[in-house]
Design a protein around this ligand. Structure first.
Ligand code: AHR
Length: 639
């Protein structure tokens, strides 16, 4: 291939081009990014008296546990409590344990901050809490006094004396058996946090937050995804139930098979987006709930005549985010929760995947939400979620397009935006990933070709598609890999960008592609010849220039299974050292040539990008070999 990079900038690249779509799926929030260590901490979204209500809790030394709503809960939002009955004859410490999210990381040097509520009619002895291994080694403990017949909040801090060798640890709560024999003690709203990202209270798990932040995403779409919709109108994501003290958040049944605590709520998301220096795309609930994806007729659709309360709810939500702290009710509420300054918010996405219920969207839902929000907040820009071909009134200016497919689909469609009419409408590729090798069932199961983890082959195909998005970033203003996170012990969707358990984490090959593209972002696209769609070899590329750092980037995906040499001509001489960041199979390893390879929790560093450099002294031409199935970012310094 002979490739010429011109000095002509075709257009500016939006800062929002690369980012993520976020919702709580795969325990990405609870048990993932949200640093809370105790699972089912307040018995939210569960049915009292059932076995499921005790998820993650287990008795120790014969205590009898049940979840009840027959005694008043710690707050009106949290009606469920843990009832602990101590047998009449017992000796030694007795109580219960929480297994965390399938383990708890215990690290010396960390301060763990915890709390719980307790009450008892007659018991007034001490309560001991500890972090210990499942075999009984105690790493940290604290003893607390003052139980009475009314709920009391107990808070504590402890530092483990040593790091645990494994994450097979529990949080234990015990009382003295003799002192408590025959008595009943109620507990509610537990919490235990390790240190968090940037020390934020109610904050994020450090390693996971740092991994995401290291990709410098420009955009964060939240809070869903299906998890915005609810399986019923009643169980939709309700912004006002995700704010304030965690005791005031009821949590919800949620959409992905496990309850959400909503500890990761609207303000936590907005603060996180600010920490990332990204731009939010706020998905708002727009009148549909997804009961069953294979039975669209079972979905609830709010009739037009009943929609106003839900529109008002969204208006209140937006006012809460952007309203003035002195003159608006929403702004005052936000300020009362510690944040006077309005948040920056520009993009409102009306619903999620409304192509599944396009008729009511086109008939009234889109119009009703856009008209009402636009009238009150004229600064907002709206994203539609139906297919581009669906006619809407008012006509959409931005549309969210989703694609989960095979490597072939992504390479073949790498040019899909090249001919897109420049008519003022812009695209958000709001969910995309290579999910499968099976063209006929791209969202099937693992035996049917679904990927467990991203593979190098799939990630190179995503990169090929991303060169198309970047080259056409005058019409593709944003994109979001989806979904983002996966707890390996409980998940619903593969593959994902980062996988983890209680202590470990692996960055996938797709993670590295996102990072390579996002952290090497130009401010302007440079034109190249030939047009990539005219290439006769499976090389896909985009060139850009960064005004601030004065660097030219050439991003190239080789989706073929042989090395390919390009003769690169530059319309501007470059000098100094060019650097190359490459994601490929290491040539000298047994993996060489194995393109369906993944990084896994067991083997997290099989394929990681490596940097190299080569001198280019006042030159306007060089040869470069792009390894078989690889992604490369070349950084060149114009003279
Ligand atoms: O990303 C997983 C799911 O895929 C999202 O919740 C939904 O929007 C899409 O169908």
């Amino acid at each position: 291939l002979t490739l010429t990079i011109s000095a002509n900038a075709t257009h500016e690249i939006p800062a929002t081009l690369y980012g993520y779509m976020w919702e709580d799926v795969n325990h990405s929030g609870d048990g993932g990014l949200y640093a809370e260590l105790l699972q089912n901490r307040a018995f939210q979204g569960v049915m009292p008296g059932t076995h499921n209500a005790l998820t993650a809790w287990q008795p120790s030394n014969g205590a009898r546990l049940s979840v009840t709503s027959k005694t008043s809960g710690v707050s009106p939002a949290l009606p469920n409590s843990l009832e602990v009955q101590i047998p009449k004859v017992v000796s030694g410490p007795i109580g219960f344990e929480n297994i965390g999210y399938w383990g708890i990381k215990v690290q010396s040097g960390w301060t763990y901050k915890g709390s719980f509520y307790a009450k008892a009619a007659t018991f007034s002895g001490s309560i001991s809490v500890s972090l210990k291994s499942s075999k009984g080694t105690v790493f940290a403990s604290k003893t607390l006094n003052g139980v009475s017949k009314n709920w009391k909040k107990f808070t504590f801090e402890f530092q483990p004396s040593a790091s645990a060798e494994t994450d097979d640890n529990v949080f234990s709560v015990v009382v003295d058996g003799k002192a408590a024999a025959g008595q009943t003690i109620f507990f509610g709203m537990f919490s235990l946090f390790p240190p968090t990202f940037r020390g934020r209270e109610n904050g994020m798990r450090i390693d996971l937050a740092e991994a995401l932040a290291a990709t410098q995403p420009g955009l964060w779409r939240f809070p869903g995804g299906n998890n915005l919709e609810g399986e019923s109108v009643q169980t939709r994501w309700k912004w006002n139930e995700t704010i304030g003290p965690i005791e005031n958040r009821p949590g919800r049944v949620a959409d992905w098979g496990y309850p959400n605590t909503d500890g990761l709520g609207l303000l936590e998301y907005l603060n996180w987006v600010e920490d990332l220096e990204a731009e939010p795309i706020l998905g708002v609930w727009d009148g549909i709930s997804a009961a069953n994806y294979s039975e669209l007729s079972t979905w609830e659709i709010v009739p037009e005549a009943d929609l106003q309360p839900y529109i008002d709810d969204v208006l209140n939500e937006i006012e809460f985010i952007v309203g003035d702290a002195k003159t608006t009710e929403g702004g005052k509420l936000r300020a009362s929760l510690g944040r006077a300054e309005p948040y920056a918010l520009r993009f409102i996405e009306i619903g999620n995947e409304d192509n599944f219920q396009a008729a009511s969207y086109a008939e009234y839902r889109w119009n009703a939400f856009v008209s009402a929000i636009g009238a009150k907040f004229p600064q907002m820009e709206f994203l539609a979620t139906t297919l581009p071909s669906t006619a809407l009134t008012p006509a959409y200016k931005r549309i969210d397009f989703h694609m989960y497919s095979t490597p072939n689909w992504f390479t073949e469609n790498s040019f899909m935006f090249d001919e897109y009419p420049r008519n003022g409408t812009k695209w958000f590729v709001g969910e995309y990933a290579v999910t499968s090798l099976n063209e006929t069932n791209t969202l099937g199961d693992l035996p049917g070709g679904r990927l467990a983890y991203p593979t190098l082959l799939g990630s190179a195909a995503e990169a090929a598609f991303m060169t198309g998005m970047e080259r056409n970033s005058d019409v593709v203003f944003a994109s979001a890999y989806a979904p983002s996170f996966q707890h390996i012990r409980s998940y619903q969707w593969t593959p994902d960008i980062v996988t983890y358990d209680a202590g470990r984490m692996v960055r996938s090959t797709s993670y590295y592609v996102q990072q390579m593209f996002s952290t090497n972002k130009g401010t302007h696209v440079l034109s190249t010849t030939p047009a990539p769609s005219n290439a006769t070899v499976p090389l896909f590329w985009v060139a850009s220039y960064n005004n601030a750092s004065e660097v030219v980037f050439l991003k190239v995906s080789n989706t073929g299974d042989t090395d390919l040499v390009a003769d690169i001509f530059l319309d501007f001489p470059v000098t100094g050292f060019a650097t190359a960041t490459t994601l490929s199979t290491p040539t000298l390893s047994p993996l060489s040539g194995m393109f369906n390879t993944s990084n896994t929790l067991e083997d997290p560093q099989q394929i990681i990008p490596f940097d190299s450099s080569f001198p280019l002294i006042f030159s306007d031409r060089f040869n470069y070999t792009f390894p078989a199935t690889s992604v490369t970012v070349l950084a060149l310094q114009p003279q």
